[in-house]
Design a protein around this ligand. Structure first.
Ligand SMILES: CC(C)(COP(=O)(O)OP(=O)(O)OC[C@H]1O[C@@H](n2cnc3c(N)ncnc32)[C@H](O)[C@@H]1OP(=O)(O)O)[C@@H](O)C(=O)NCCC(=O)NCCS
Length: 156
């Protein structure tokens, strides 16, 4: 029998980020998305505790490879409280990445489905995200449609 690798583990569990995930390659995974800098264990723990105080309004999910105990997929959603739409709420999906060795196995879709379901469950009227044109087809497969354009101004 083959070992249960991400390749043949068809239903890996998705869960919320835990404080011990720093030792399971969480930051290294985020480095496959963008610049992270050198996040120390203390910095990670401080930020984690800050996010805990946000409760359901800021959720980071991860998929852990149970064989290697490494984090192989992640994404986050934060909930914006508005005045428009009868004091409506909008979910913003950010920082979605799947480990290069585990792409194409539906883990990205699983992350998006989890975050989208969370936004809906807390009463958001929509969920939005920014992406590159290369990833447009992926998000379409996840049920998203292109709308308008993104503007940005960086401070650093
Ligand atoms: C984009 C990313 C998250 C997709 O994750 P993934 O686990 O490989 O995607 P999935 O296996 O869940 O794909 C779901 C579906 O989308 C399709 N898909 C995935 N990436 C695609 C792409 N770039 N272009 C077209 N289709 C794509 C898959 O073929 C699959 O289609 P199917 O349901 O018909 O089989 C992953 O490639 C990644 O981490 N990329 C680098 C970081 C990044 O760009 N993150 C997004 C920031 S906005």
């Amino acid at each position: 029998m083959q070992p249960d690798t991400p390749n043949n583990n068809h239903n890996p569990k998705i869960r919320r980020l835990e404080i011990t995930d720093i030792s399971k390659g969480f930051i290294e995974l985020l480095r496959q998305l963008t610049v992270c800098g050198s996040v120390s264990e203390t910095q990670f723990q401080d930020r984690f505790q800050e996010l805990v105080t946000e409760g359901e309004n800021h959720v980071i999910c991860v998929i852990e490879d149970e064989n290697t105990e490494r984090i192989i997929a992640t994404g986050s959603v934060f909930i914006e409280k508005k005045f428009i739409r009868n004091c409506g709420k909008v979910g913003h999906i950010e920082d979605v990445v799947v480990d290069v060795s585990a792409r194409g196995m539906n883990l990205g879709k699983k992350v998006i489905d989890f975050l989208t379901a969370h936004a809906e469950s807390v009463g958001c009227y929509k969920v939005i995200l920014d992406c590159s044109s290369e990833n447009k087809a992926f998000y379409e497969k996840c049920g998203f449609n292109q709308k308008e354009i993104q503007m940005v101004k960086y401070f650093t």
